[in-house]
Design a protein around this ligand. Structure first.
Ligand SMILES: [Cu+2]
Length: 154
């Protein structure tokens, strides 16, 4: 009888030890300093309409066709040279999802389409209220030049 008692206590201790790591895996890493080193970092960008530096002498400005809300919003990214001329020589991709519901509805990385005005455009479906994050990647010839993110609440 005593043996069983200790066995059950032992099982309870083991499961309690597992709980924190299980909880963490459910919620995903909350901070960018995250535990998984495989995932690249996407530093937070200045807000929509502001200049976001790309390296030392270029910048981008991103925005949306309307204040982000439920439904489809169109993301627009403009890339400029040092002289302020539009630069369309990049490939731009974006992934949108809810950091608090990792794995639930990330769109996956999708390419932004270059319009004839030289804007990079992508429709994004905001499917539920809560915290959202858009991760933007710019590359040239397959080499990543820039990564940045924008967090917002709906
Ligand atoms: Cu969600």
């Amino acid at each position: 009888m005593k043996k069983w008692f200790f066995f059950i206590v032992f099982l309870m201790v083991i499961s309690l030890l597992w709980l924190p790591s299980w909880a963490q895996s459910q919620h995903g890493p909350q901070s960018k300093s995250g535990s998984s080193s495989a995932e690249p970092a996407y530093p937070s960008m200045p807000g929509p309409g502001k200049k976001v530096p790309i390296g030392s002498d270029q910048y981008l400005i991103y925005g949306f066709d309307k204040k982000p809300k439920l439904g489809t919003i169109i993301m627009k990214v403009e890339i400029f040279t040092k002289e302020g001329k539009k630069d369309t020589s990049f490939e731009a991709k974006a992934d949108a999802g809810m950091p608090s519901m990792r794995g639930a509805h990330e769109t996956g990385e999708r390419p932004l389409k270059l319009s004839n005005k030289g804007d990079y455009l992508l429709p994004i479906n905001i499917v539920m209220p809560g915290d959202w994050e858009i991760k933007l990647t710019l590359s040239k010839g397959g080499k990543v030049i820039f990564r940045g993110s924008y967090q917002f609440d709906i």
